[in-house]
Design a protein around this ligand. Structure first.
Ligand code: F3S
Length: 282
């Protein structure tokens, strides 16, 4: 069985930065009394890794003592929560991905310039909650159909932004739809480079292999996006947290296995999969 790993797979710059910062802070404070505003990144093995190092995830910030150390995860935090942390004088470190932080500023600037903002993303996702926490004139839409159902905006100034992990192809479709509904449309492509690179590499590989394995957690938006894109190209696509979760029957008769991994999937999960498959015999 031959194995090929996508040219671009695994940790992106934002995740790597959040991971390294968390490691540093845990060590600095002797693995004691350190909390995070959620999973540092959306990956179960990373979460387990930090959990073993005594990082506690806190949903309700009012529950943490004043002398705690807090890490803001890669998806950022809503402004009202950040203000509460500052007000309580809690020591905090910010692992928000710089792209998410930039995207937030862009949305705020566009609102000040009089734009109504349409965001192509998932309103329940932490990144989108962060980005929209200081704007009022916006709407979040998660499907092409929702954009199609929008009425005509006439002369209204419309700005289109996207969740950083959105599909590039779907974003292009949204642009086409909006062109017919607006006379003043500002498009800011906020899909980050890491997402684009991983999607392009996954598409190339999915076309070539007998079976495609996407390594990533189900709550990772970018991993799930990779899975959906690959599945359309290659129906033999499977998404698992790690290689041990894969139903090995799907490997029967396959000669070339492709592996890709979401931006929040660590190298050790990719290496483990490669190692396992190299030694696997059906
Ligand atoms: Fe940031 Fe893009 Fe990664 S937004 S966390 S660099 S997928």
């Amino acid at each position: 069985m031959k194995i090929k790993v996508a040219d671009s797979a695994g940790f992106c710059i934002g995740v790597k930065r959040a991971f390294e910062l968390t490691e540093k802070i845990l060590k600095k404070y002797n693995y004691k009394n350190i909390f995070a505003t959620g999973e540092i990144v959306h990956n179960s093995s990373v979460t387990k890794y930090f959990n073993n190092k005594n990082l506690k995830i806190v949903k309700d910030l009012s529950k943490i003592p004043n002398d705690s150390v807090l890490i803001i995860r890669a998806h950022g935090i809503e402004d009202n929560l950040r203000n509460k942390i500052i007000k309580r004088n809690i020591k905090y470190y910010d692992a928000t991905c710089p792209y998410v932080a930039k995207f937030k500023l862009v949305a705020e600037k566009l609102e000040k310039e009089g734009y109504f903002i349409l965001i192509f993303g998932d309103k329940e996702h932490a990144e989108i909650k962060t980005i929209t926490s200081n704007i009022k004139n916006f709407k979040i839409l998660s499907t092409i159909e929702e954009f199609e159902r929008l009425g005509n905006f006439g002369d209204k100034k419309i700005a289109l932004l996207s969740q950083t992990t959105q599909s590039v192809e779907l974003f292009k479709e949204v642009v086409k739809i909006l062109v017919d509904k607006t006379s003043q449309l500002f498009i800011f492509n906020t899909i980050c480079d890491a997402t684009k690179k991983r999607q392009n590499a996954a598409v190339r590989l999915a076309k070539e292999v007998d079976i495609m394995i996407v390594l990533g957690s189900k709550n990772s938006a970018n991993s799930f996006r990779l899975y959906s894109i690959c599945k359309e190209i290659n129906p033999e696509t499977y998404m698992v947290d790690n290689i041990y979760e894969l139903d090995k029957n799907v490997l029967k008769g396959k000669n070339l296995v492709g592996i890709t991994a979401g931006a929040s999937t660590p190298d050790w999960i990719i290496n483990e999969a490669v190692h396992f498959l190299k030694n696997f015999e059906y």
